[in-house]
Write a protein that binds this ligand. Structure first.
Ligand code: NAG
Ligand code: NAG
Ligand code: NAG
Ligand code: NAG
Length: 310
């Protein structure tokens, strides 16, 4: 008898845990994701990306998208990187005007989408879906995307995500620190992709090599005002300013990311399996001599003084 009830209990537990684990949805319809329920997250259909509240410190959370396969989860996008919320009562809601709102325990709005307000009928049956590419998309009832995370970025550009004037990359402050750091990868007013050091006191462009007198001699075109660039799944990056590169392992691999690292270098990584665990390897980088990155070398972490070293 005891054995029978134990067996029953085990069956029940198994049913409960399997239904809990299969409760991974990629779509949220009309409601909210709460910080207090760890199951309140979306998982892309291919299982590669998750979105929800991600811990960034003591009782500090960001609404983020991350990759679960690498041995250390990799955060690829954050809504509120400089404004984390606390672990009680915070939530992400789909509002009746068609906007996403991130609120903290005091119910104050920490972040919201800057889309146009919709009427109640336009905003009925909205769907928030995490795509296999890592793009979080808010669709209206006619399946038109009215907002997507790919239109903004944190420190990472994913394959198929267009880099535009609005999607510049800003490095993290440090290892494991997700707030905005000092480096920026962006289209400047000259229509060209640049790396910029923005320190507390000084700011300066450091890539492409600022000592180049005429940037067009390096094959860069300053006349195309489109300001857009794209990384594809094969590891080919191409920009309207004619800058391009290929990953050293060009071809289809598991996952790639272009990251503006905390030390100011722009690197392309790909995910590789090593001894049963998945880790990132560098397959391209903008700068091979770290001293050419401003703010890195020199006692005062100032800029310029080491830019002559190649
Ligand atoms: C969805 O958005 C598109 C573009 O704004 C609009 O034309 C369409 O009517 C919207 N659908 C609904 C159901 O509101
Ligand atoms: C920019 O380049 C693209 C692709 O080469 C081209 O289609 C577009 O017309 C160019 N735009 C301008 C303003 O030159
Ligand atoms: C994988 O394991 C082998 C044998 O245990 C070891 O020699 C090798 O260094 C490991 N490689 C990595 C990248 O850890
Ligand atoms: C670093 O800063 C200190 C204090 O501002 C200054 O005295 C020193 O000369 C600086 N060193 C260099 C190499 O610039």
């Amino acid at each position: 008898m005891e054995n029978a009830s134990l067996f029953f209990l085990l069956c029940l537990l198994q049913t409960l845990s399997s239904s809990a684990s299969s409760k991974a949805f990629d779509t949220l319809i009309g409601t909210s994701l709460s910080i207090e329920k760890p199951s309140d997250k979306l998982v892309s259909a291919n299982g590669e990306f998750s979105t929800g509240f991600y811990p960034v410190g003591d009782n500090a959370f960001c609404f983020a998208i991350w990759m679960t396969k690498p041995s250390v989860p990799t955060v690829v996008w954050i809504a509120n990187r400089d404004d984390p919320v606390d672990g009680k009562g915070s939530k992400l809601s789909v509002l009746k005007d068609g906007k996403l709102h991130l609120t903290d325990s005091a119910d104050s709005v920490v972040w919201k989408t800057k889309t146009e307000a919709l009427t109640i009928s336009e905003a009925s049956n909205l769907q928030l879906r995490l795509m296999n590419t890592g793009n979080l998309v808010l669709y209206n009832f006619s399946s038109v995307a009215i907002w997507q995370s790919f239109d903004s970025s944190t420190d990472i550009l994913l394959p198929q995500q267009l880099l535009t004037f609005g999607t510049s990359l800003v490095s993290n402050r440090g290892q494991g620190l997700y707030s905005s750091g000092y480096y920026k990868f962006f289209f400047d007013e000259d229509n060209v992709l640049h790396l910029l050091f923005q320190g507390p006191k000084l700011s300066s462009l450091y890539w492409p090599d600022p000592s180049l007198e005429d940037i067009s001699n390096a094959g860069i075109c300053i006349y195309n005002t489109s300001k857009a660039a794209l990384l594809d799944d094969t590891g080919y990056f191409w920009s309207f300013d004619h800058f391009k590169f290929y990953a050293t392992n060009f071809g289809t691999v598991n996952q790639r990311r272009l990251t503006l690292d905390t030390n100011g270098n722009l690197r392309l990584y790909s995910l590789q399996e090593m001894n049963g665990s998945w880790d990132w390897v560098v397959t391209w980088q903008a700068i091979s001599d770290p001293c050419r990155i401003h703010g890195i070398c020199g006692p005062n972490e100032t800029i310029g003084q080491y830019s002559g070293i190649v």
